[in-house]
Design a protein around this ligand. Structure first.
Ligand code: SF4
Length: 103
């Protein structure tokens, strides 16, 4: 069933983000200390990232892939153990990363 945006001829959020372009600038701009994550019970990073940078593997270990990061910084805001250095985040070098084209 189409959502309200589709019924009214507007682009959905997924369609809008599909217009963005991305140039991968290397994985180092996000580093996660997954040993710290092992003690994190609620893992809000799994739910706030629209690019799905953070996931769990079959053994519930936190895994991450910075490629596709939309540079919102939401993971840093919600991280339960940022004070323990769970996430170290900065913008990609040299203008690489996400380029927004709509909205
Ligand atoms: S919220 Fe922070 S500490 Fe918890 S799993 Fe995500 S990155 Fe790791």
């Amino acid at each position: 069933m189409p959502g309200a945006a589709e019924r009214e001829g507007r682009l959905s959020v997924e369609d809008r983000t599909g217009l963005d372009s991305y140039e991968f600038g290397g994985a180092d701009f996000i580093r996660v200390d997954t040993a710290v994550c092992a003690g994190c019970d609620t893992r809000p990073c799994l739910y706030v990232c629209p690019a799905k940078v953070y996931k769990e593997d079959g053994a519930r270990n936190l895994v991450y892939n910075p490629e596709g990061c939309m540079e919102l910084g939401a993971c840093v805001i919600v991280c339960r153990h940022i004070g323990k250095g769970a996430i170290t985040w900065s913008y990609p070098d040299g203008g690489k990363g996400i380029s927004y084209h709509y909205g």
